[in-house]
Ligand binder design. Structure first.
Ligand code: ADP
Length: 319
């Protein structure tokens, strides 16, 4: 293997830059030619592929987003689109590709590997919704971003003696709501993995009021239900109109935490080393703080489960 490319695809996440940097520098360390592809799979189609050197990735380790840019490409999903992508890679003799993204991007990598391009995936998403790995790059930063917001909202919630519903991202995974909820001392955490128990939440609000609690923070994962209908149900059950705060895209940006920079750097190095071992159609993961690689098919076939030990802890701590 002599020529390797790297791209970021799908939703951006903090730490993607650190991962690109690690891929580029590791490739150069092992005397490979490294190419950066702009705008994910779209750049493979439009041939927006540039050779990189050590300076190309200077001064980016601390920045959120992805300096290679990212996209969602419909054309790449078609056979003709992928043919064009493979041609553009082969013209430059690029034999290996590192794809940094989520499950959709991994599916794209899987199809490319079937067409003769060795692919390795690095998990980059704030949602932590990939079952095969304990953590994805960007999740730790997003937890901290949400936590900062919760801490601020809590001041107002306490001052006005109000209940606040904070809606956070995560798609169909409750990890972001759960981790930020535990760290922010939320009274209720609602995740898609466990159906919403409205009577339980209303009971907890009423019990809190009886013991003189000044606020009630409800962390609502976006995949677990609608904030407006939760608000309506709570009016019926408690007489109180909770405030709603939808955090939105602030959760995707920001400087990556030390944890995400370290994870991204480790995974970037490992991805290139996998290509050097002639491995393909694999994804990098971390379990019990140890990195590993696994077949994409196998990794994508797993169903993500909520960490029940942490979830049950939320019940104990919100008394
Ligand atoms: P993420 O990687 O964050 O989950 P998406 O699901 O939007 O983001 O996927 C990113 C891109 O990966 C898509 O726009 C598409 O180009 C490519 N992709 C997704 N699924 C497939 C698939 N089944 N086959 C080929 N390419 C895919």
């Amino acid at each position: 293997m002599k020529n390797v490319a790297v791209l970021t695809s799908g939703g951006d996440s903090p730490g993607m830059n650190a991962a690109i940097r690690a891929v580029v520098r590791t490739g150069l360390y092992y005397n490979l030619n490294i190419f950066g592809v702009k705008k994910g799979y779209e750049g493979l189609l439009s041939n927006d592929i540039k050779k990189m050197n050590a300076s190309s990735v200077g001064d980016i380790i601390h920045k959120g987003g992805t300096f290679l840019k990212t996209s969602r490409s419909e054309e790449f999903m078609t056979e003709n689109g992928r043919k064009k992508a493979v041609e553009n890679l082969k013209t430059r003799n690029i034999e290996g590709l590192v794809v940094i993204g989520g499950d959709g991007s991994f599916r794209g990598a899987q199809t490319l590997s079937r067409e003769g391009i060795a692919t390795i995936g690095i998990p980059g998403t704030i949602d932590n919704d990939l079952a095969y790995t304990d953590f994805t790059i960007g999740f730790d930063t997003a937890v901290n971003t949400v936590l900062e917001a919760v801490t601020k909202i809590r001041d107002t919630s306490t001052s006005h003696e109000k209940t606040t519903i904070i809606e956070v991202m995560g798609r169909y995974c409750g990890d972001l709501a759960l981790y930020a909820g535990i760290c922010g001392g939320a009274e209720s955490i609602i995740v898609p993995e466990d159906p919403l128990h409205i009577d339980e939440i209303a009971g907890r609000i009423n019990k809190g009021k009886e013991r003189g609690k000044l606020h009630h923070i409800i962390m609502l994962a976006e995949g677990a239900g609608d904030a407006k209908s939760l608000q309506k149900d709570l009016i019926d059950k408690t007489g109180e109109s909770a405030r709603i705060s939808v955090l939105g895209f602030i959760q995707r940006g920001g400087d990556p935490t030390a944890g995400d920079r370290l994870l991204a750097s480790r995974m970037g190095v490992k991805a290139v080393e996998e290509l050097l071992k002639f491995n393909s159609s694999k994804v990098i993961g971390v379990r019990n703080n140890q990195l590993f690689s696994e077949d994409i098919d196998q990794a994508l076939g797993k169903k993500k489960a909520l960490d029940t030990s942490i979830y049950s802890m939320a019940e104990i701590l919100s008394l």
